[in-house]
Ligand binder design. Structure first.
Ligand SMILES: C[S@@+](CC[C@H](N)C(=O)[O-])C[C@H]1O[C@@H](n2cnc3c(N)ncnc32)[C@H](O)[C@@H]1O
Length: 239
């Protein structure tokens, strides 16, 4: 579907099509113009304060749900780091009934949108501000994150660079900063039975696997590909 077709199909009836087309021609992502996207069967509001949820992140959710269903028959605690629009915890909560979910972000504006999205989707999630673990005080069975992972010197598509929040895109240390920080501290925030689930950049698989081996030498570390056959996910579980 072209972006014009997408706009025609999804623009809300009260919105002005000519205005919307102007914004599209000025280089704005069609999802911000429409104002919401479908993510794992949920409608998620998006605006310039949050990353537009990507199909790969739906795959992360799907794979994580499958792992959780296999590993945890009982109640579990989940933490989502860098929740953005709240798409990940909303999709998890509606599929894993016996879960308590906390979701954090450093951006107050993103959290406002996430809270609105949880309400719209009738999901009970506890959102709060935190710089990675700085305000986290609980222990979790599942830590999930799609953190910023683009290298600061990486050339990306202008439509992304010019519109989506840079705090959601870029990470220092060759894009690895968040994986290192999360893995370094994660033991303090995990229960005995755990899953860590990451979305990663397609060139980061080996680097993050090595960091994971350093902090989780006895755990199972699985690197998985997305539907386009790029390395995209890392799962770390206690054996
Ligand atoms: C790639 S976006 C992911 C958003 C959403 N989880 C998704 O998958 O669509 C990364 C998110 O991490 C947040 N973030 C950036 N730095 C952070 C930090 N130091 N602590 C917590 N969250 C942070 C950003 O505000 C952004 O919402």
């Amino acid at each position: 579907m072209t972006e014009q077709e997408y706009l025609k199909k999804y623009l809300h009836p009260n919105d002005n099509y000519e205005e919307a087309l102007k914004r599209l021609n000025n280089g704005e992502p069609v999802q911000y113009i429409v104002g919401d996207v479908e993510f794992y069967h949920h409608l998620i509001k998006v605006n310039k304060n949050v990353l537009i949820p990507r199909p790969e992140t739906e795959e992360l959710v799907e794979k994580t749900i499958n792992l959780i269903n296999k590993k945890f028959p009982n109640e579990i605690n989940i933490l989502d780091i860098g929740t953005g629009s709240g798409c990940i915890p909303i999709a998890l909560k509606s599929n894993i009934k016996n879960s308590h979910i906390d979701a954090i972000d450093i951006s107050k504006e993103a959290l406002d949108t996430a809270i609105e999205n949880a309400k719209l989707n009738n999901q009970d999630i506890n959102f709060y501000i935190s710089d990675i673990f700085s305000n986290v005080n609980n222990k979790y069975n599942v830590i999930i994150s799609n953190p910023p992972y683009i290298r600061e010197d990486e050339e990306i598509m202008p439509i992304v660079k010019n519109n989506e929040p840079h705090v959601a895109l870029y990470a220092k240390d060759n894009g690895l900063y968040f994986y290192k920080e999360i893995l370094k501290e994660a033991h303090n925030y995990l229960q005995k039975e755990y899953i860590i689930a990451f979305e990663i950049g397609e060139e980061q698989g080996q680097y993050i696997t090595n960091i994971a081996k350093q902090y989780f030498p006895k755990s199972k570390i699985i690197l998985e590909k997305d539907l386009r056959n790029f390395d995209r996910f890392i799962f770390i579980t206690n054996e």
